[in-house]
Design a binder for this molecule. Structure first.
Ligand code: SF4
Length: 230
């Protein structure tokens, strides 16, 4: 199986009734500023090369961001911060991402999410998180031959990443490594080894309050890219 096949199946998933209803309701009702646009309103697949050396694990698509544009982090404030930092760290060809056909290229980096449909209040339930987890399991298995660094954006992404790697037979350490901005944890399976990096989520809650500055994001992405040899 390939990532392209995985993504093609993912976009048809309707396994979570609450999230299907929400993503489609948002796509119908729209935000006034986007009322002339067609919303995507479906599961949002990961973006970036299929032989990525760096994997970024976020949370879930934003209702009027990726749920509108169909591309992870594209078209919302979180994405503005993320793509500006990735550009600064040499991981994209442009510092912004506003629509799915704006020419954005990711260098050696794939961005995905543990939950692929926009949840109300950005909060998936534990059931929804668990139901969506098999997509991440498959995506990580398909990326394992090349990926050397994983960045978890926020504590949710960190927990899910550890749980997913442990479920795939990786040694993630005991006690489980704690999340923090700049935290690093080595993960091993046989001869494979990669490093998990913690980064506060690029949400407005963190960036507007100054808890997370653009320079802090660039630092983590730069370190993860160096480690991955990008
Ligand atoms: Fe399917 Fe995941 Fe969307 Fe649930 S959140 S409907 S499992 S893609």
């Amino acid at each position: 199986r390939s990532i392209a096949e995985l993504d093609a199946r993912l976009v048809d998933c309707r396994a979570c009734p609450r999230l299907v209803a929400w993503r489609e309701q948002v796509a119908r009702e729209k935000r006034a500023a986007f009322r002339d646009q067609d919303y995507w309103g479906r599961p949002v697949p990961g973006i970036g090369p299929h032989d990525a050396r760096l994997l970024v694990v976020g949370l879930a698509p934003a209702a009027h961001g990726a749920n509108r544009t169909g591309r992870m982090f594209t078209g919302d404030r979180s994405g503005d911060v993320l793509f500006a930092a990735m550009y600064e760290a040499g991981l994209t060809n442009q510092p912004t991402s506003v629509s799915a056909d704006d020419g954005l290229e990711l260098y050696g980096t794939r961005i995905t999410a543990p939950v692929h449909c926009a949840p109300p209040q950005n909060k998936p339930t534990p059931d929804e998180r668990d139901r969506c987890s098999h997509w991440l399991y498959s995506e990580i298995e398909l990326l394992t031959p090349t990926v050397r660094s994983v960045i978890a954006l926020g504590g949710f992404g960190w927990q899910v990443a550890l749980r997913t790697f442990a479920g795939l037979g990786w040694d993630v350490g005991r006690p489980l490594p704690k999340f923090g901005h700049g935290a690093q944890a080595a993960i091993r399976r046989g001869d494979d080894e990669l490093t998990l990096f913690g980064c506060y989520h690029v949400s407005q809650q963190n960036t507007f309050t100054g808890r997370l500055t653009p320079a802090m994001v660039v630092d983590v992405f730069g370190a993860a890219a160096d480690h991955a040899g990008i």
